[in-house]
Design a protein around this ligand. Structure first.
Ligand SMILES: [Zn+2]
Length: 454
């Protein structure tokens, strides 16, 4: 009988379902390594292309299976099918083979993202949950994110949020949501409605001279205050959403007027500093600068970075080391609110690890410190929490897996234990998704980062 070639549709289906793991290796040796292998016909009939008849086997096991001899008790068809089904089920349960996990450049141009990987089933269950969470976390009245912050507002501030806060959400949350949805690039268009609403939300928060801000309660009712941090985040969000280039360009011009002293009153100066550096580097990178800036404007921003980056980085590093900072080697928490210390630290790390030259020592020290706070197999929301939190656990895991950080942790003395805690934390998150006790303080700023994993 001549061997018929499998259609590429069937082949793809088997490769995706098995993730090129051999089900015999898996069932008998707990071996989940990616294997060179072939698709076997379990009934030895090469004409039978029924999915149920096919299984991916490593070369060795395929040989062994196909060269049945009467002398040795060989694998039976039912046995192979049973092993194969177990392997499929294992992947369907949301297991992440960690050697497959890499981190996306959160703002890479869509055309450069490896789209086919988004459909991979490796993370499908977990990511589907996160995506639904993020989408439904948009605030209907404003288009900003995140609705879920209301759940933890009372924990953080000891009082319910104001009507304005409820409507406003946060610009950081909006950035996190937009980049997370963008990281699932193949489906971003489907979400163009939330994307449009988010861009509208940001554009209504421009205050003149290119600055962005957030409305807050004031004696006269509501006030829109310009903020360097919000401007940096709004520019990044608008880039992720393909927003109007003029708003992005003017926002960047406003950022050039920043003085270090301007940031001392910010509720989260370390986040502001790191976000400003990142947006400037990102906007002037060769792949995207032409979309927003003239070559003269690129030069101006590059000059700013050449003159000021060192000083801004030093301010970030010294805050994390300051003897007066009760949370060193982490940063002062957002608004000096001690419950928001991990969230702020991870957001700072997030921006720092996107920079051209990462202050690795500062980042690694902070991550090792956070790893030391683990509770069971995850990380809590803050030092006084009694239970791990899915959002913080996810965010921590993703930060440890950013490629340079990952390499550094792998090579460092105490880095491997931190990486193990990071992987446990991701696993904790997808295994416990939806359990109220672990999701009490999970919101889109933290958990949306799970969408950056592939
Ligand atoms: Zn095998």
């Amino acid at each position: 009988m001549s061997r018929k070639k499998l259609s590429s549709k069937i082949e793809n289906e088997i490769f995706t379902k098995s993730k090129r793991r051999c089900c015999i290796c898996f069932a008998l040796n707990d071996d989940l390594a990616v294997k060179r292998g072939q698709i076997a016909h379990t009934d030895h009939n090469a004409q039978n292309d029924d999915l149920d008849n096919l299984a991916f086997l490593c070369l060795e096991h395929h040989d062994q299976y196909d060269s049945q001899t009467s002398q040795s008790k060989n694998f039976t068809m039912h046995e192979i099918k049973e092993y194969r089904d177990r392997l499929y089920k294992f992947f369907m349960s949301g297991y992440i083979p960690f050697e497959d996990v890499t981190i996306l450049d959160p703002l890479a141009p869509l055309s450069e993202l490896p789209k086919e990987q988004f459909s991979s089933e490796i993370m499908s269950g977990f990511k589907k949950n996160i995506m639904e969470f993020v989408i439904s976390d948009q605030i209907p009245e404003s288009g900003g994110w995140s609705l879920s912050q209301e759940r933890i507002f009372q924990y953080n501030y000891g009082s319910p949020s104001s009507k304005i806060d409820k409507r406003e959400g946060g610009i950081i949350s909006t950035y996190m949501a937009a980049r997370a949805l963008r990281a699932c690039g193949s489906t971003l268009n489907t979400y163009s409605t939330p994307g449009k609403a988010a861009a509208g939300y940001l554009l209504k928060r421009r205050t003149g001279r290119g600055a962005f801000g957030r409305f807050s309660a004031s004696r006269s009712g509501e006030e829109l205050k310009p903020s360097f941090r919000h401007t940096a985040l709004a520019c990044l969000t608008l880039m992720a959403l393909n927003g109007p280039p003029s708003a992005i360009r003017e926002g960047l011009q406003y950022l050039l007027t920043v003085k270090t002293v301007d940031l001392q009153d910010d509720a989260a100066p370390s986040i502001a500093r790191a976000a400003i550096l990142f947006v400037m580097e990102y906007a002037t990178s060769t792949t995207i600068s032409h979309k927003y800036l003239s070559s003269k404007e690129v030069d101006t921003i590059k000059n700013f970075l050449a003159e000021r980056k060192r000083e801004i980085l030093l301010a970030i590093e010294s805050e994390a080391k300051s003897p007066t900072n009760p949370y060193a080697p982490l940063w002062e928490p957002y608004g000096h609110n001690k419950t928001m210390v991990f969230d702020s630290a991870l957001t700072t790390i997030d921006f720092l690890t996107l920079l051209d030259d990462i202050p690795l020592d500062t980042v690694i020290t902070a991550l090792n410190y956070l790893a030391g706070m683990k509770l069971d197999s995850g990380l809590p929301y803050d030092p006084s929490s009694k239970k791990p939190d899915i959002g913080i656990s996810t965010y921590f895991g993703v930060m440890c897996r950013r490629s340079l950080v990952f390499k550094h942790l792998q090579a460092a003395e105490n880095g491997k234990s931190t990486l193990k805690i990071a992987d446990d934390a991701i696993e904790f998150s997808f295994k416990n998704w939806g359990k109220a006790e672990y999701m009490e303080r999970t919101y889109c700023d933290t958990v949306s980062n799970g969408l950056l994993l592939i």
